[in-house]
Write a protein of this length. Structure first.
Length: 166
């Protein structure tokens, strides 16, 4: 019968989150996590948890605006989907890329810093050794940052394809 699982089937349950490779002048935006937040001091893409019933793309746009006051100019392009463990939950993160409007960054209280970086330069720096130094022996943090690196590789491939066809 369609829609009825057998007794042995246990579905995976994830919270839903979204992040944005916010692009401007060939660089992407990174936000530094504030003291008192998870992974304080580390640099990450803008993003966060989707509200109940919220579509991932809407969550990505909302989180970008809430965290730094920026809006996407046009469409978001899907980069990837990956599982992470964050804030005590398994989360499925949906990543997007999109060009942001030329306005000033207005940081939320969740962040202490902002920087625009070349994604390829960032990838070169994201070595196994750097991942280990961020993880500090925590397997879940190691997995989170490893998934971010895999997603960054997907982003760079998409960006390269778009540039070679544009």
């Amino acid at each position: 019968m369609l829609g009825v699982a057998g007794d042995e089937f246990v579905p995976a349950w994830y919270t839903l989150s979204a992040v944005v490779y916010a692009e401007r002048d060939g660089k992407i935006l990174l936000l530094q996590r504030a003291e008192g937040t998870a992974l304080a001091g580390q640099w990450y893409l803008p993003g966060g948890a989707a509200d109940p019933g919220e579509f991932p793309e809407d969550a990505a746009r909302r989180e970008l605006f809430e965290e730094c006051g920026l809006r996407i100019d046009g469409e978001l392009e899907l980069v990837g989907v990956y599982p992470i463990f964050v804030y005590g939950h398994d989360s499925l993160t949906v990543s997007y890329r999109g060009r942001v409007l030329d306005s000033e960054v207005a940081l939320s209280a969740e962040h202490d810093g902002v920087q625009w970086v070349d994604a390829a330069d960032m990838r070169v720096l994201l070595t196994d050794e750097v991942i280990e130094s961020i993880a500090k022996g925590d397997g879940r943090v190691r997995s989170l940052v490893h998934q971010i690196r895999i997603d960054l590789d997907r982003y760079l491939r998409l960006k390269d394809r778009a540039e070679s066809h544009g």
